[in-house]
Design a binder for this molecule. Structure first.
Ligand code: HEC
Length: 466
């Protein structure tokens, strides 16, 4: 069992969370660093016969045999560099044993400061990737928002996330492929049951749209439901449940705002954690993780363990390995149930590489191993629902990660004393909380808190200020 977690009442309304309580694996285990000195390892997959293959964002595809990293890359691509661009997603074809097929997604410079995101299929021949075949190309890409996770579904189809390429309006346009989740047959053709096949002015590859920068995809075992993680604006990171043909709202809505015909996230996370890969853990090695949805956090430097109820909604959330290794881009489950993690500290401007970064880390259940102490103090109530009316709980969930407990000061300024900078008169308090101070890094609470909750927090602040 894992300790102390907040319980979310069953409700379909989107939930918000800031920093969940810290927890640790309760199964004794040991930790091995399998490789060091990597450059932003982005995705790792397990191959039959005990080999592993992974991408580094700088353009290298690397292989491991019997736990050892091979010196020579399996492939080096001229992937465009710059902020978050490069070689990204990697997926292994379901029929890999007979075909040797693998899929790679990468950004390519087209000259004139234009970039594309493209996906190609390769065949693994010994220790080299050969015979590139273009599956899709010409998807708008840019520095920051370019996805791109590749994941095969239980339906045998290949799903691909694309970012909004810093051209947010395109996320709503069905004749463009950025800001989408796309779906392909394993041979690269378009499945005839995709939602926009045969619709005029719409690209048939699209599965869902209105996304900002999705970088995680995971299918829930048993139900086959598709969960997605996405980088939000002004904090407001998201976990979404993806439905065929649905519109996830970007850039029209974000955070917990709702709008007819658009989907709000299942879970909204503020302050931002920088969501990476998602994984449903299914192994036997760590029973405490079985069935959980694991969310990698870059900026949040942790992995969130999210328990889901029978209705597919989050019920418990906890934080594992907070600040133990830094920014975590991916976690994956090996055939033996061990966990493989990749760090992203060689990732300017946020990543500050320490000795040996970036690392590939393996966590193996071992009765002779140890159990981690919990790093942080477990918070009581961190989840917010539309029914929460205790101002201290609202603040603990929506404000304390920046302004400290009770708004007394934390990472950002305390608000209980001194002059206000952004509002002239305390009567404007509701307005500042509702609209935020985007230029100063304060996200708007509208859509996250109800008008009533904003009023309760404002009253609390007025009463407490000296
Ligand atoms: C992601 C971090 C973050 C969160 C979450 C956040 N704030 Fe802020 N807030 C800021 C920053 C940064 C500023 C600007 C501080 C400055 O300029 O000194 C600010 C400014 C403010 C101000 C204006 C202060 C002034 O001097 O005029 C108020 C009031 C405020 N926040 C209240 C809240 C409340 C209430 C919540 C919760 C509903 C909240 N904030 C959530 C980061 C945050």
């Amino acid at each position: 069992m894992i300790i102390a977690a907040a319980v979310i009442p069953a409700s379909a309304a989107p939930l918000s969370i800031s920093a969940p309580p810290d927890a640790a694996l309760t199964t004794p285990h040991r930790i091995e660093v399998l490789a060091e000195g990597l450059k932003v390892p982005w995705e790792l997959r397990f191959l039959p016969g005990g080999r592993q293959i992974f991408t580094e964002r700088i353009g290298r595809v690397r292989m491991m045999e019997q736990g050892k990293l091979l010196e020579e890359p399996a492939l080096t691509l001229p992937a465009a560099q710059g902020n978050k661009m490069g070689l990204l997603g990697l997926a292994v074809a379901p029929d890999f044993r007979t075909t040797g097929h693998l899929f790679l997604a990468w950004d390519k410079a087209l000259g004139d400061r234009r970039f594309e995101l493209r996906m190609e299929r390769y065949r693994l021949d010994g220790k080299k990737l050969v015979e590139p075949k273009t599956i899709i190309e010409g998807i708008a890409a840019n520095q920051n928002h370019t996805g791109c996770r590749l994941e095969f579904g239980p339906d045998g189809m290949l799903y691909m996330t694309t970012g909004d390429a810093d051209q947010a309006e395109g996320s709503q346009k069905l004749d463009q492929l950025h800001g989408k989740i796309l779906r392909f047959n394993p041979d690269g053709s378009v499945p005839q049951d995709n939602p926009f096949v045969g619709k005029e002015g719409a690209r048939p590859e699209i599965w869902s749209y209105g996304h900002r920068n999705p970088q995680g995809l995971a299918f829930q075992p048993g139900t086959g439901q598709l969960y997605e993680s996405e980088h939000g604006p002004l904090h407001g990171d998201e976990v979404n449940l993806i439905e065929k043909g649905a519109n996830y709202g970007w850039p029209v809505i974000s955070h917990r705002r709702e709008r007819e015909g658009m989907r709000a996230p299942l879970l909204e996370v503020t302050p931002a954690v920088g969501p990476g890969r998602l994984l449903f853990y299914q192994g036997a090695a760590f029973p405490e993780l079985r069935g959980s949805l694991l969310l990698c956090c870059l900026r949040g430097s942790a992995v969130f363990r999210i328990s889901l109820g029978g209705d597919g909604l989050p019920t418990h959330i906890e934080r594992l390995w907070h600040q133990k290794w830094g920014r975590i881009r991916f976690i994956n489950e090996a055939p033996d149930g061990s966990l493989w993690l990749g760090t992203s500290m060689q990732d300017p401007p946020e990543g500050k590489p320490g000795e040996g970064d970036d690392k590939l880390i393996r966590i193996i259940a071992d009765p002779a191993g140890t159990v981690d102490a919990i790093a942080g103090k477990a918070a009581d109530q961190v989840l917010l629902t539309p029914d929460t009316v205790d101002p201290e709980k609202i603040i603990a969930s929506a404000c304390a990660a920046c302004h400290g407990p009770g708004l007394a000061g934390g990472e950002k300024r305390g608000l209980l004393s001194g002059e206000f900078k952004h509002l002239k008169d305390p009567v404007e308090l509701e307005k500042v909380i509702r609209d935020g101070v985007p230029a100063a890094g304060m996200p708007p609470a509208s859509g996250v808190l109800s008008e009533k909750q904003i009023g309760l927090v404002a009253d609390y602040l007025r009463a407490k200020r000296r």
